[in-house]
Each structure stands twice: as structure tokens, then as C-alpha cells.
Design a protein around this ligand. Structure first.
Ligand code: AP5
Length: 207
């Protein structure tokens, strides 16, 4: 099953994608994670992407389309995958349709007000990449691996506002794009994580 997770920054795409992929035994393909890894490793792609990500802007379509096309050609994608954070523009969606067949698009919906709170309180484990929130973190270190919790550079207040603006202008049009194709499934992302997960699995017919 080939699934897209759509939704604004902080809606819970990554949180749910990890769980759905674990359940279905398919890979999670997060363009954000791939780009952050490229920045860390100072690859040419990472160096090109950094200035866009730092400003909360989208990395050019051509760069991310090439990344995803190459990733989907890997053998572990043969039985399905979850695309987390791609496509993000109509141009990317049209390009994707040339090299992939999508079965469902999960749109996780959360208001801007809640998103700002979620993103400013989000912490990511610097070692294993697990995501959590200051409201539920109890110790100084990640409970999965003991790594240190860090704040993503683009979760700082001014960058968050710019990411939300970019989402509404460039990514939200994908809601009608995929509705017209009969693929869109809406999920209320303000519900508890497990409730969202069950709804997603049920709408995918794999509960
Ligand atoms: P990316 O890493 O994809 O960021 P994003 O889409 O902005 O999404 P986030 O990772 O911020 O949020 P999420 O929806 O995954 O939420 P999460 O589960 O973490 O992209 C980063 C940048 O890379 C972009 O700005 C852009 O520059 C570039 N980029 C990436 N893809 C691109 C593309 N295709 N084209 C061009 N540029 C691209 O949850 C957030 C918080 O909420 C956490 O603290 C979590 O614990 C909490 N939470 C989650 N679910 C719940 C719940 N149900 N209830 C309460 N709290 C919850």
C-alpha cells in the first residue's frame, strides 16, 4: 500500500507515520528527515537545502522530486511505503504521479493555534530521532535510547510562522487536488495519538 501523509507542520505526520509503518512493515519516507541528514553530512544536497529550511521555506521542487524518485526505486519500497511530507506542492504531486501509484492520502488536520504550541514544545532525540513534547517528557534523556532531547532549528517561533504561511499558500491546495482524485481521507489530528492511529488504520482498511 502506497500512502501519503499530508497536513501542516506539527500535525503529527511523523508521529503517525512511524506507527503505521511499524504496523504494516513498510518504510517511512520523510523528505524532512532525508534533508536534515544531508545537512548534517554536508552533502551538496544538504548544503543547497539548508538556507531554505532555516527560513521555513520549501526546498526547490527539482531537488526533492529527485530524492523521492531515487528512494522509491529501492527494493524495500516494493511492498509499499508512507510518504511523510511529500508532495508539498501541486508540481511535486504531478511529478509523483509519473513514477508512483498512490492508494490513499491521509490529511491530518489541526488548527494553527495548536500547531504553534506543538512545534514550540517539540523535542527530538539527537540519537534515535524519536519525537516527543515538553508536556509529556519527564526526564532529561530519551526514554527509548538515553539520547539527549534537542529542539529543531526550524521549530523556533519566527520560523514556525513562516512554515505555516508556506503550508497554507503552497501545500493546502493539495487537499482539493487529492479530493478530486477520490484519494483524500481526513483525520482530526487533535485527538490523542492512539485514537488518530486507530482511525488511520481503519480508514486504510488494515485495523
Ligand atoms: P518536515 O520535517 O517534513 O517538517 P513538517 O512538515 O513541517 O512537519 P513536522 O516534522 O514539523 O511535523 P509533523 O506533522 O511530522 O508532526 P510531529 O509528528 O513531529 O520538513 C522540514 C523542512 O524540510 C520544510 O520546512 C522544508 O523546508 C523542507 N521540506 C521537507 N519536505 C519537503 C518537500 N516535499 N518539498 C520542499 N521542501 C521540503 O508532531 C509535532 C509535535 O506534536 C510533537 O511534539 C508530537 O509529540 C506532538 N503530537 C503529535 N501528534 C499529537 C497528538 N495527536 N496530540 C498531541 N500532540 C501530538
Amino acid at each position: 500500500m502506497n500512502v501519503i501523509f499530508l497536513g501542516p507542520p506539527g500535525a503529527g505526520k511523523g508521529t503517525q507515520a512511524v506507527r503505521v509503518c511499524e504496523r504494516l512493515g513498510i518504510p517511512q519516507i520523510s523528505t524532512g528527515d532525508i534533508l536534515r541528514k544531508a545537512i548534517k553530512n554536508q552533502t551538496p544536497t544538504g548544503l543547497a537545502a539548508k538556507s531554505y529550511i532555516d527560513k521555513g521555506e520549501l526546498v526547490p521542487d527539482s531537488v526533492v522530486i529527485d530524492i523521492v524518485k531515487e528512494r522509491l526505486a529501492q527494493p524495500d519500497c516494493a511492498n509499499g511505503y508512507v510518504l511523510d511530507g511529500f508532495p508539498r506542492t501541486v508540481f511535486q504531486a504531478e511529478a509523483l504521479a509519473e513514477f508512483a501509484t498512490i492508494d490513499a492520502v491521509i490529511d491530518i488536520e489541526v488548527s494553527d493555534e495548536k500547531l504553534i504550541d506543538r512545534l514550540s514544545g517539540r523535542r527530538v532525540c539527537g540519537t534515535c530521532g524519536a519525537t516527543s513534547h515538553v508536556s509529556v517528557i519527564t526526564g532529561d534523556t530519551c526514554d527509548k535510547c538515553g539520547g539527549t532531547w534537542i529542539q529543531r532549528d526550524d521549530d523556533k517561533a519566527e520560523t514556525v510562522l513562516s512554515r505555516l504561511k508556506v503550508y497554507h499558500a503552497q501545500t493546502a491546495p493539495l487537499i482539493s487536488f487529492y479530493t478530486e482524485k477520490g484519494l483524500l481521507r481526513r483525520i482530526d489530528g487533535t485527538q490523542p495519538v492512539d485514537v488518530c492511529l486507530n482511525e488511520i488504520l481503519s480508514t486504510l482498511g488494515v485495523a
